[in-house]
Design a protein around this ligand. Sequence first.
Ligand SMILES: Nc1nc2c(ncn2[C@@H]2O[C@H](COP(=O)(O)OP(=O)(O)O)[C@@H](O)[C@H]2O)c(=O)[nH]1
Ligand SMILES: [Mg+2]
Length: 438
Amino acid sequence: MDLGKGLRDILRKISGKPYIDESEVKLLIKEIQKILISSDVNIKLVFELSKRIEKNALDKEKMKELSLKEHVIKVVYDELVALMGREYAPRLDKHRILVCGLFGSGKTTSIGKLAYYYKTKGMSVALVGADCDRPAAKEQLEQLASQAGVNYYTEKEEKSSIRIVENALKKLKEEIIVVDSAGRSAFDEGLSEELKKMYEIIQPEEVYLVVSADIGQIAGKQTEAFKNAVPISGVIVTKLEGSGKGGGALSAVAAADTKIAFIGVGEKLKDFEIYNSDRFVGKLLGMPDIKGLMEKIKEIGTEQDLKVIEGDKFTIKTFYEQLKAAKKMGPLGNVLGMMGISDIPKEIVQQNEGKLKIYESIINSMTEEEREDALLLKRNMSRIERIAKGAGTTSEEVRGFLSQFEKINKIFGKFKNDRGFRKKVEKMMQGGNFKLPM
Ligand SMILES: Nc1nc2c(ncn2[C@@H]2O[C@H](COP(=O)(O)OP(=O)(O)O)[C@@H](O)[C@H]2O)c(=O)[nH]1
Ligand SMILES: [Mg+2]
Protein backbone atom coordinates (compact mmCIF):
# COMPACT_ATOMS: atom_id res chain seq x y z
CA MET A 1 0.00 0.00 0.00
CA ASP A 2 1.11 3.55 -0.66
CA LEU A 3 2.63 5.03 2.52
CA GLY A 4 1.27 8.51 1.95
CA LYS A 5 -2.24 7.34 1.21
CA GLY A 6 -2.16 5.01 4.20
CA LEU A 7 -1.10 7.77 6.56
CA ARG A 8 -3.58 10.23 5.11
CA ASP A 9 -6.41 7.73 5.57
CA ILE A 10 -5.44 7.21 9.21
CA LEU A 11 -5.32 10.93 9.93
CA ARG A 12 -8.56 11.49 8.09
CA LYS A 13 -10.16 8.93 10.37
CA ILE A 14 -9.13 10.73 13.52
CA SER A 15 -10.04 14.12 12.06
CA GLY A 16 -13.51 12.78 11.47
CA LYS A 17 -14.01 11.68 15.05
CA PRO A 18 -15.85 13.97 17.45
CA TYR A 19 -13.13 13.48 20.04
CA ILE A 20 -10.18 11.22 20.75
CA ASP A 21 -9.03 9.64 23.96
CA GLU A 22 -6.42 7.17 25.13
CA SER A 23 -7.96 4.15 23.43
CA GLU A 24 -8.24 6.12 20.18
CA VAL A 25 -4.57 6.99 20.39
CA LYS A 26 -3.70 3.31 20.87
CA LEU A 27 -5.82 2.37 17.88
CA LEU A 28 -4.17 5.09 15.82
CA ILE A 29 -0.72 3.77 16.74
CA LYS A 30 -1.71 0.23 15.71
CA GLU A 31 -2.77 1.50 12.31
CA ILE A 32 0.39 3.53 11.88
CA GLN A 33 2.42 0.44 12.76
CA LYS A 34 0.62 -1.60 10.14
CA ILE A 35 1.15 0.90 7.36
CA LEU A 36 4.80 1.55 8.22
CA ILE A 37 5.65 -2.14 8.40
CA SER A 38 3.91 -2.80 5.12
CA SER A 39 6.03 0.02 3.65
CA ASP A 40 9.10 -1.93 4.71
CA VAL A 41 10.08 0.25 7.64
CA ASN A 42 12.19 -1.73 10.10
CA ILE A 43 10.08 -3.30 12.85
CA LYS A 44 12.36 -2.14 15.63
CA LEU A 45 12.10 1.45 14.40
CA VAL A 46 8.34 1.15 14.14
CA PHE A 47 8.05 0.04 17.75
CA GLU A 48 10.34 2.76 19.00
CA LEU A 49 8.28 5.29 17.12
CA SER A 50 5.03 3.84 18.52
CA LYS A 51 6.29 4.15 22.08
CA ARG A 52 7.25 7.76 21.57
CA ILE A 53 3.95 8.62 19.91
CA GLU A 54 2.03 7.04 22.76
CA LYS A 55 4.10 8.76 25.43
CA ASN A 56 3.99 12.18 23.82
CA ALA A 57 0.42 12.02 22.61
CA LEU A 58 -0.83 11.40 26.12
CA ASP A 59 1.53 13.85 27.79
CA LYS A 60 -0.78 16.46 29.27
CA GLU A 61 2.04 18.93 29.85
CA LYS A 62 2.85 19.22 26.17
CA MET A 63 -0.72 19.76 25.21
CA LYS A 64 -1.25 23.22 26.63
CA GLU A 65 -1.34 25.20 23.44
CA LEU A 66 -3.27 22.89 21.17
CA SER A 67 -6.43 20.87 21.29
CA LEU A 68 -5.99 17.13 21.84
CA LYS A 69 -6.59 16.34 18.21
CA GLU A 70 -4.15 18.94 16.91
CA HIS A 71 -1.69 17.78 19.48
CA VAL A 72 -1.93 14.14 18.39
CA ILE A 73 -1.55 15.05 14.73
CA LYS A 74 1.48 17.13 15.60
CA VAL A 75 3.06 14.34 17.65
CA VAL A 76 2.59 11.85 14.80
CA TYR A 77 3.99 14.36 12.35
CA ASP A 78 7.03 15.18 14.50
CA GLU A 79 7.85 11.52 15.06
CA LEU A 80 7.58 10.70 11.36
CA VAL A 81 9.86 13.62 10.55
CA ALA A 82 12.41 12.35 13.08
CA LEU A 83 12.12 8.82 11.67
CA MET A 84 12.77 10.00 8.13
CA GLY A 85 15.99 11.89 8.87
CA ARG A 86 16.83 15.58 8.75
CA GLU A 87 17.17 18.24 6.15
CA TYR A 88 20.26 18.59 4.04
CA ALA A 89 22.16 21.70 3.05
CA PRO A 90 24.48 21.07 0.10
CA ARG A 91 27.66 23.11 0.12
CA LEU A 92 27.91 25.70 -2.59
CA ASP A 93 31.64 26.34 -2.62
CA LYS A 94 34.26 24.82 -4.90
CA HIS A 95 34.40 21.09 -4.17
CA ARG A 96 34.89 17.56 -5.46
CA ILE A 97 32.24 14.87 -5.27
CA LEU A 98 32.71 11.12 -5.50
CA VAL A 99 29.54 9.19 -6.27
CA CYS A 100 29.24 5.48 -5.55
CA GLY A 101 26.51 2.87 -5.64
CA LEU A 102 25.54 -0.46 -7.10
CA PHE A 103 24.39 -1.14 -10.68
CA GLY A 104 21.01 0.19 -11.53
CA SER A 105 20.69 2.31 -8.41
CA GLY A 106 20.53 5.46 -10.54
CA LYS A 107 24.12 6.54 -9.96
CA THR A 108 24.90 7.90 -13.43
CA THR A 109 21.50 9.57 -13.74
CA SER A 110 21.97 11.23 -10.34
CA ILE A 111 25.34 12.60 -11.41
CA GLY A 112 23.61 14.26 -14.36
CA LYS A 113 21.10 15.71 -11.91
CA LEU A 114 23.85 16.99 -9.62
CA ALA A 115 25.48 18.65 -12.62
CA TYR A 116 22.21 20.32 -13.55
CA TYR A 117 21.61 21.40 -9.94
CA TYR A 118 25.01 23.09 -9.50
CA LYS A 119 24.81 24.61 -12.97
CA THR A 120 21.52 26.30 -12.08
CA LYS A 121 23.29 27.62 -8.97
CA GLY A 122 25.62 29.43 -11.37
CA MET A 123 28.63 27.20 -10.76
CA SER A 124 30.94 25.66 -13.34
CA VAL A 125 30.70 21.87 -13.38
CA ALA A 126 32.66 18.97 -14.91
CA LEU A 127 31.75 15.30 -14.83
CA VAL A 128 34.29 12.49 -14.94
CA GLY A 129 33.35 9.15 -16.45
CA ALA A 130 35.36 6.60 -14.48
CA ASP A 131 33.00 3.65 -14.41
CA CYS A 132 34.97 1.17 -16.47
CA ASP A 133 32.88 -1.82 -15.41
CA ARG A 134 29.56 -1.09 -17.01
CA PRO A 135 29.47 -1.05 -20.79
CA ALA A 136 28.23 2.27 -22.16
CA ALA A 137 28.43 3.98 -18.76
CA LYS A 138 30.87 6.54 -20.16
CA GLU A 139 28.65 7.33 -23.14
CA GLN A 140 25.60 7.62 -20.90
CA LEU A 141 27.36 10.16 -18.71
CA GLU A 142 28.60 12.07 -21.74
CA GLN A 143 25.02 12.46 -22.93
CA LEU A 144 23.86 13.63 -19.53
CA ALA A 145 26.72 16.16 -19.37
CA SER A 146 25.71 17.62 -22.69
CA GLN A 147 22.04 17.74 -21.65
CA ALA A 148 23.02 19.60 -18.50
CA GLY A 149 25.40 21.80 -20.47
CA VAL A 150 28.50 21.01 -18.42
CA ASN A 151 32.04 19.87 -19.20
CA TYR A 152 32.89 16.19 -19.43
CA TYR A 153 36.04 14.12 -19.22
CA THR A 154 36.73 10.45 -19.87
CA GLU A 155 39.09 8.14 -21.72
CA LYS A 156 36.99 5.72 -23.70
CA GLU A 157 39.53 2.90 -24.09
CA GLU A 158 41.13 3.24 -20.67
CA LYS A 159 40.33 0.33 -18.34
CA SER A 160 41.77 1.87 -15.17
CA SER A 161 39.38 4.23 -13.48
CA ILE A 162 42.25 5.44 -11.28
CA ARG A 163 44.21 6.64 -14.31
CA ILE A 164 41.20 8.40 -15.77
CA VAL A 165 40.63 10.25 -12.52
CA GLU A 166 44.30 11.22 -12.18
CA ASN A 167 44.33 12.71 -15.68
CA ALA A 168 40.96 14.37 -15.21
CA LEU A 169 42.05 16.15 -12.05
CA LYS A 170 45.12 17.52 -13.83
CA LYS A 171 43.05 18.98 -16.63
CA LEU A 172 39.79 20.14 -15.12
CA LYS A 173 39.46 23.59 -13.55
CA GLU A 174 35.72 23.65 -12.80
CA GLU A 175 34.36 24.55 -9.37
CA ILE A 176 32.37 21.32 -9.07
CA ILE A 177 33.92 18.06 -10.19
CA VAL A 178 31.77 14.94 -9.95
CA VAL A 179 33.24 11.48 -10.49
CA ASP A 180 31.16 8.46 -11.56
CA SER A 181 32.77 5.37 -10.04
CA ALA A 182 32.56 1.68 -10.79
CA GLY A 183 29.27 -0.04 -10.13
CA ARG A 184 28.88 -3.69 -9.19
CA SER A 185 25.85 -5.84 -8.79
CA ALA A 186 26.78 -6.41 -5.16
CA PHE A 187 29.12 -4.85 -2.64
CA ASP A 188 32.36 -6.83 -2.48
CA GLU A 189 36.00 -6.58 -1.49
CA GLY A 190 37.02 -5.46 -5.00
CA LEU A 191 34.60 -2.57 -5.03
CA SER A 192 35.65 -1.58 -1.53
CA GLU A 193 39.34 -1.49 -2.54
CA GLU A 194 38.65 0.50 -5.69
CA LEU A 195 36.57 3.06 -3.80
CA LYS A 196 39.28 3.49 -1.18
CA LYS A 197 41.85 4.18 -3.88
CA MET A 198 39.53 6.60 -5.68
CA TYR A 199 38.89 8.38 -2.42
CA GLU A 200 42.60 8.83 -1.79
CA ILE A 201 43.30 10.26 -5.22
CA ILE A 202 40.27 12.51 -5.50
CA GLN A 203 40.20 13.65 -1.87
CA PRO A 204 36.57 14.60 -2.30
CA GLU A 205 34.79 16.94 0.11
CA GLU A 206 31.58 14.96 -0.44
CA VAL A 207 30.99 11.28 -1.05
CA TYR A 208 27.45 10.47 -2.09
CA LEU A 209 26.05 6.98 -2.10
CA VAL A 210 23.16 6.32 -4.47
CA VAL A 211 20.48 3.83 -3.46
CA SER A 212 17.17 3.06 -5.07
CA ALA A 213 14.07 3.50 -2.90
CA ASP A 214 12.63 0.20 -4.09
CA ILE A 215 15.11 -1.82 -2.07
CA GLY A 216 13.37 -0.60 1.09
CA GLN A 217 15.13 -1.16 4.40
CA ILE A 218 18.04 -2.94 2.68
CA ALA A 219 19.18 0.63 1.94
CA GLY A 220 20.37 0.71 5.55
CA LYS A 221 22.61 -2.33 5.13
CA GLN A 222 24.02 -0.98 1.89
CA THR A 223 24.79 2.31 3.55
CA GLU A 224 26.65 0.51 6.34
CA ALA A 225 28.69 -1.52 3.83
CA PHE A 226 29.76 1.51 1.80
CA LYS A 227 30.47 3.46 4.99
CA ASN A 228 33.04 0.84 5.95
CA ALA A 229 34.93 1.58 2.76
CA VAL A 230 34.68 5.37 2.44
CA PRO A 231 33.19 8.15 4.59
CA ILE A 232 29.72 8.63 3.10
CA SER A 233 28.63 12.23 3.56
CA GLY A 234 25.14 11.72 2.25
CA VAL A 235 22.83 9.30 0.47
CA ILE A 236 20.91 10.04 -2.71
CA VAL A 237 17.69 8.02 -2.65
CA THR A 238 16.35 7.56 -6.18
CA LYS A 239 13.05 6.43 -7.71
CA LEU A 240 11.24 7.74 -4.70
CA GLU A 241 8.26 8.84 -6.77
CA GLY A 242 7.21 5.34 -7.67
CA SER A 243 8.28 3.22 -4.75
CA GLY A 244 5.99 2.04 -2.00
CA LYS A 245 9.12 1.28 -0.04
CA GLY A 246 10.41 4.86 0.06
CA GLY A 247 9.66 5.22 3.75
CA GLY A 248 11.57 2.02 4.45
CA ALA A 249 14.60 3.20 2.51
CA LEU A 250 14.67 6.69 4.04
CA SER A 251 14.16 5.51 7.62
CA ALA A 252 16.82 2.82 7.25
CA VAL A 253 19.37 5.31 5.94
CA ALA A 254 18.54 7.70 8.77
CA ALA A 255 18.88 4.85 11.27
CA ALA A 256 22.33 4.08 9.86
CA ASP A 257 23.29 7.53 11.14
CA THR A 258 23.73 8.88 7.66
CA LYS A 259 22.17 11.96 6.13
CA ILE A 260 19.87 11.74 3.17
CA ALA A 261 21.21 14.39 0.85
CA PHE A 262 19.06 14.41 -2.26
CA ILE A 263 16.11 12.48 -3.59
CA GLY A 264 15.44 11.44 -7.15
CA VAL A 265 11.81 11.65 -8.16
CA GLY A 266 11.91 10.84 -11.87
CA GLU A 267 14.15 10.17 -14.83
CA LYS A 268 14.65 13.76 -15.97
CA LEU A 269 17.51 16.01 -14.89
CA LYS A 270 15.24 18.30 -12.92
CA ASP A 271 13.49 15.45 -11.06
CA PHE A 272 15.78 16.00 -8.12
CA GLU A 273 15.28 17.62 -4.72
CA ILE A 274 17.40 18.55 -1.76
CA TYR A 275 16.12 16.35 1.03
CA ASN A 276 14.00 17.84 3.76
CA SER A 277 12.10 15.40 5.97
CA ASP A 278 9.62 18.09 7.05
CA ARG A 279 8.58 18.66 3.49
CA PHE A 280 8.65 14.97 2.65
CA VAL A 281 6.41 13.97 5.56
CA GLY A 282 4.18 16.98 4.99
CA LYS A 283 3.63 15.78 1.44
CA LEU A 284 2.95 12.23 2.62
CA LEU A 285 0.34 13.48 5.05
CA GLY A 286 -1.21 15.82 2.50
CA MET A 287 -0.43 18.80 4.73
CA PRO A 288 2.44 20.51 2.97
CA ASP A 289 2.77 23.22 5.55
CA ILE A 290 1.70 21.67 8.80
CA LYS A 291 4.18 23.73 10.81
CA GLY A 292 2.86 26.99 9.44
CA LEU A 293 -0.69 25.89 10.05
CA MET A 294 0.00 24.99 13.67
CA GLU A 295 1.72 28.31 14.22
CA LYS A 296 -1.20 30.18 12.72
CA ILE A 297 -3.65 28.34 14.91
CA LYS A 298 -1.62 29.26 17.97
CA GLU A 299 -1.18 32.86 16.88
CA ILE A 300 -4.85 33.36 16.23
CA GLY A 301 -5.65 31.52 19.44
CA THR A 302 -3.69 34.06 21.41
CA GLU A 303 -5.29 36.92 19.50
CA GLN A 304 -8.53 35.57 20.90
CA ASP A 305 -10.13 35.83 17.50
CA LEU A 306 -11.75 32.49 17.98
CA LYS A 307 -13.21 33.01 21.39
CA VAL A 308 -16.33 34.44 19.83
CA ILE A 309 -18.65 31.68 20.93
CA GLU A 310 -19.29 33.33 24.24
CA GLY A 311 -22.43 34.14 26.09
CA ASP A 312 -25.50 32.01 25.92
CA LYS A 313 -26.44 32.53 22.33
CA PHE A 314 -25.02 31.68 18.99
CA THR A 315 -26.10 34.49 16.70
CA ILE A 316 -25.59 35.47 13.10
CA LYS A 317 -23.00 37.92 14.36
CA THR A 318 -20.95 35.25 16.11
CA PHE A 319 -21.35 32.94 13.14
CA TYR A 320 -19.89 35.59 10.88
CA GLU A 321 -16.98 36.34 13.20
CA GLN A 322 -16.27 32.63 13.44
CA LEU A 323 -16.17 32.26 9.66
CA LYS A 324 -13.91 35.27 9.30
CA ALA A 325 -11.50 34.09 11.97
CA ALA A 326 -11.29 30.61 10.51
CA LYS A 327 -10.83 32.08 7.07
CA LYS A 328 -7.63 33.80 8.18
CA MET A 329 -6.09 30.42 8.77
CA GLY A 330 -6.33 29.27 5.20
CA PRO A 331 -7.90 26.05 4.00
CA LEU A 332 -11.00 26.07 6.11
CA GLY A 333 -11.70 22.36 5.96
CA ASN A 334 -8.30 21.47 7.29
CA VAL A 335 -8.39 23.98 10.09
CA LEU A 336 -11.89 23.14 11.27
CA GLY A 337 -11.06 19.44 11.08
CA MET A 338 -8.02 19.94 13.22
CA MET A 339 -9.97 21.87 15.76
CA GLY A 340 -12.24 18.91 16.10
CA ILE A 341 -15.17 20.58 14.39
CA SER A 342 -15.79 17.74 12.04
CA ASP A 343 -19.52 17.72 11.54
CA ILE A 344 -19.80 21.10 9.90
CA PRO A 345 -21.55 20.68 6.56
CA LYS A 346 -19.29 20.42 3.54
CA GLU A 347 -20.74 23.42 1.77
CA ILE A 348 -19.79 25.63 4.70
CA VAL A 349 -16.30 24.27 4.93
CA GLN A 350 -15.82 24.84 1.24
CA GLN A 351 -16.91 28.43 1.45
CA ASN A 352 -14.82 30.54 -0.82
CA GLU A 353 -13.73 34.12 -0.47
CA GLY A 354 -16.48 35.34 -2.80
CA LYS A 355 -19.19 33.67 -0.75
CA LEU A 356 -17.82 35.23 2.37
CA LYS A 357 -18.10 38.68 0.76
CA ILE A 358 -21.73 38.06 -0.11
CA TYR A 359 -22.38 36.93 3.46
CA GLU A 360 -20.71 40.04 4.71
CA SER A 361 -23.00 42.30 2.72
CA ILE A 362 -26.04 40.23 3.70
CA ILE A 363 -25.15 40.62 7.35
CA ASN A 364 -24.46 44.30 6.88
CA SER A 365 -27.95 44.77 5.49
CA MET A 366 -29.55 43.29 8.59
CA THR A 367 -30.71 45.30 11.51
CA GLU A 368 -28.94 44.82 14.82
CA GLU A 369 -32.09 43.07 16.06
CA GLU A 370 -32.03 40.58 13.23
CA ARG A 371 -28.36 39.82 13.79
CA GLU A 372 -29.10 38.94 17.39
CA ASP A 373 -32.23 36.96 16.67
CA ALA A 374 -32.39 35.05 13.43
CA LEU A 375 -35.92 33.90 14.22
CA LEU A 376 -37.14 37.30 13.06
CA LEU A 377 -36.12 36.31 9.57
CA LYS A 378 -37.70 32.90 9.53
CA ARG A 379 -40.24 32.74 6.70
CA ASN A 380 -40.46 36.51 6.76
CA MET A 381 -40.31 37.21 3.06
CA SER A 382 -40.47 40.98 3.34
CA ARG A 383 -37.44 41.11 5.65
CA ILE A 384 -35.55 38.66 3.43
CA GLU A 385 -36.33 40.67 0.31
CA ARG A 386 -35.29 43.89 2.01
CA ILE A 387 -31.96 42.34 3.01
CA ALA A 388 -31.37 40.90 -0.45
CA LYS A 389 -31.97 44.29 -2.02
CA GLY A 390 -29.69 46.03 0.43
CA ALA A 391 -26.96 43.46 -0.16
CA GLY A 392 -27.32 43.56 -3.93
CA THR A 393 -28.11 39.87 -4.06
CA THR A 394 -31.07 37.52 -4.40
CA SER A 395 -33.56 36.28 -1.82
CA GLU A 396 -32.31 32.78 -2.63
CA GLU A 397 -28.86 33.70 -1.47
CA VAL A 398 -30.19 35.16 1.76
CA ARG A 399 -32.24 32.04 2.41
CA GLY A 400 -29.16 29.90 1.67
CA PHE A 401 -27.20 31.89 4.18
CA LEU A 402 -29.93 31.48 6.80
CA SER A 403 -30.12 27.74 6.31
CA GLN A 404 -26.36 27.40 6.77
CA PHE A 405 -26.59 29.44 9.90
CA GLU A 406 -29.36 27.13 11.11
CA LYS A 407 -27.19 24.06 10.61
CA ILE A 408 -24.32 25.47 12.62
CA ASN A 409 -26.69 26.72 15.26
CA LYS A 410 -27.97 23.16 15.66
CA ILE A 411 -24.46 21.80 16.09
CA PHE A 412 -23.71 24.31 18.81
CA GLY A 413 -27.11 23.66 20.29
CA LYS A 414 -25.91 20.15 21.02
CA PHE A 415 -23.24 21.57 23.27
CA LYS A 416 -25.80 23.37 25.34
CA ASN A 417 -28.09 20.43 25.90
CA ASP A 418 -25.80 17.46 26.21
CA ARG A 419 -23.57 17.84 29.26
CA GLY A 420 -21.55 14.67 28.56
CA PHE A 421 -20.87 15.62 24.97
CA ARG A 422 -20.06 19.12 26.07
CA LYS A 423 -17.50 17.91 28.58
CA LYS A 424 -15.80 15.79 25.94
CA VAL A 425 -15.68 18.63 23.47
CA GLU A 426 -14.29 21.00 26.05
CA LYS A 427 -11.61 18.49 26.93
CA MET A 428 -10.85 18.02 23.29
CA MET A 429 -10.51 21.72 22.73
CA GLN A 430 -8.45 22.19 25.83
CA GLY A 431 -6.25 25.20 25.49
CA GLY A 432 -7.71 26.10 22.14
CA ASN A 433 -9.21 29.31 23.52
CA PHE A 434 -12.67 28.06 22.99
CA LYS A 435 -15.50 28.91 25.25
CA LEU A 436 -18.73 27.16 24.66
CA PRO A 437 -22.07 28.83 25.19
CA MET A 438 -23.36 28.16 28.71
N1 LIG B 1 11.71 6.75 -12.02
C1 LIG B 1 13.00 7.03 -11.75
N2 LIG B 1 13.93 6.42 -12.45
C2 LIG B 1 15.23 6.70 -12.19
C3 LIG B 1 15.59 7.62 -11.18
N3 LIG B 1 16.95 7.68 -11.15
C4 LIG B 1 17.39 6.82 -12.10
N4 LIG B 1 16.37 6.22 -12.74
C5 LIG B 1 16.40 5.21 -13.81
O1 LIG B 1 17.05 4.06 -13.33
C6 LIG B 1 17.74 3.39 -14.37
C7 LIG B 1 19.19 3.16 -13.95
O2 LIG B 1 19.85 4.38 -13.82
P1 LIG B 1 21.42 4.59 -13.99
O3 LIG B 1 21.73 5.99 -13.68
O4 LIG B 1 21.88 4.09 -15.31
O5 LIG B 1 21.96 3.63 -12.85
P2 LIG B 1 23.44 3.23 -12.44
O6 LIG B 1 23.65 1.85 -12.97
O7 LIG B 1 23.42 3.24 -10.95
O8 LIG B 1 24.37 4.24 -13.00
C8 LIG B 1 17.64 4.28 -15.58
O9 LIG B 1 16.61 3.79 -16.40
C9 LIG B 1 17.23 5.64 -15.00
O10 LIG B 1 16.46 6.39 -15.90
C10 LIG B 1 14.54 8.27 -10.42
O11 LIG B 1 14.73 9.06 -9.49
N5 LIG B 1 13.25 7.92 -10.75
MG1 LIG C 1 25.98 4.02 -14.22
